[in-house]
Design a protein around this ligand. Structure first.
Ligand SMILES: *Cc1c(COP(=O)(O)O)cnc(C)c1O
Length: 397
């Protein structure tokens, strides 16, 4: 057997700054170890505790923990009754998950463009796309900044539509003083590895409506009767009824234990990301090769993403080349997102085509997401800033 490898010392560490790295400390390791030792690994008391702590944190009435935000979005749409032939309106500027769940239910995603000079969906375009088949609007709080929820909720009210929020980026985010998770019918959060709180993989729905929560809980565990998860515990019984055709979307206690520790750090991690954003903002004020887009007033940003737009006028190289140059300097980046309407699976299944969403294409073609996460050191932040300044110097046109 190979000898156990020692933890690398700083000098042995790779010099590449990854785009993202989770902040996992001894507390997380202890919490997961405790679950391992307990003998109960799957959905149980830790999961319930995490649901309750999360509900308190965002001020939601009902929460259900699931194994991903994709599962949360799927079950949220199912809970409000989305089915064959229905239409759901969502932004093209989002991740695969927000669109695919609509197809799962036999419904049709109807895409809309971003507002000019913004990554957020344009409520006026939403209104124009409403038909007799429209059942729901699925806004995405891109990067961690909230959408124009007043306009979206007003449209939903006037046209009798449901609102399911994709809040994968929005933990925690505030809109006009109100916490995202308390604004509409159902809100879906992600605890994927790169998100602002991680359980490795995981998700949560938050809703004011106990019936939606009940339905989502049931569907998340094979559609079987209440408290099915207790079936092997002292309180449980072997007897169960399958009430709906369900799914296997439950969260495990291993994930929940991780989530509980991460939740306690959520504000501190946000403060760190906000600090990193302020460092980047300050630098960008002195560069003209990279810009950021204006943010709406009266919001609190989760800073899940920090996106710069590469200036075509000020730089002699394009976005793709800037990413290469950053990589050459040991900086990992990402791009959020390739708009849905440019992907083969969406093009094949809906009537969208290149060029119809000019704002989203413009945003995408210039976007680079910089590293922004709580585990970044001062030196890491400086490295990113130095690299950007150096690229601007070398490639200024
Ligand atoms: C990450 C992400 C999701 C999916 O989250 P999972 O927990 O990985 O299923 C959905 N929507 C957006 C906008 C995301 O960024």
């Amino acid at each position: 057997m190979a000898a156990t490898k020692a933890v690398p010392t700083p000098s042995q560490e790779i010099t590449f700054l990854p785009y993202n790295r989770s902040l996992i400390g001894q507390e997380e390791i202890n919490a997961v170890t405790e679950v391992l030792r307990s003998g109960w690994l799957t959905t149980g008391s830790r999961t319930r505790e995490f649901e309750m702590a999360f509900a308190r944190y965002i001020g939601a009435e009902n929460t259900v923990a699931l194994n991903s935000c994709t599962a949360a979005l799927h079950l949220a749409l199912a809970a409000v009754g989305i089915r064959d032939g229905d239409e759901v309106i969502l932004p093209t500027m989002t991740f695969a998950a927000s669109g695919e769940v609509i197809f799962y239910l036999g419904a049709r995603p109807v895409l809309v463009d971003c507002l000019p000079n913004s990554f957020q969906l344009d409520p006026e375009q939403v209104e124009r796309k409403i038909t007799s088949r429209t059942r729901a609007i699925l806004p995405v709080h891109f990067a961690g900044a909230p959408c124009d929820m007043d306009s979206i909720c007003d449209l939903a009210k006037r046209h009798n539509l449901k609102v399911i929020e994709d809040a994968a980026h929005a933990l925690p985010t505030r809109y006009k003083g109100k916490v995202v998770g308390t604004l509409s019918d159902i809100t879906c959060f992600s605890f994927y590895a790169t998100k602002t709180l991680t359980t490795g993989e995981g998700g949560m729905v938050a809703t004011e409506n106990p019936e939606y929560a009940e339905k989502i809980r049931r569907l998340s565990l094979h559609g079987i009767s209440k408290d099915a998860w207790k079936r092997y515990s002292a309180e449980g019984s072997w007897r169960y009824d399958i009430l709906d055709v369900g799914y296997k979307y439950n969260m495990t206690d291993l994930q929940a234990a991780l989530g509980l520790v991460q939740l306690a750090k959520c504000d501190a991690m946000l403060a760190r990301r906000a600090y990193i954003a302020s460092c980047y903002d300050r630098l960008l004020g002195s560069l003209d090769g990279f810009t950021t887009l204006p943010l709406p007033a009266d919001i609190e940003h989760a800073w899940h993403l920090y996106i710069v737009q590469v200036s075509r006028e000020a730089l002699s190289i394009n976005r793709d080349r800037v990413i290469e140059e950053l990589k050459n300097r040991g900086i990992g980046t990402s791009v959020h997102f390739i708009p849905l309407h440019l992907h083969p699976s969406i093009k094949r299944n809906s009537d969208t085509a290149r060029g119809i969403f000019p704002n989203a294409e413009e945003r995408f073609s210039r976007a680079i997401s910089l590293p922004i996460y709580a585990a970044m050191s001062e030196a890491d932040i400086s490295r990113v800033m130095d690299a950007l300044a150096d690229i601007e110097r070398k490639f200024h046109s």
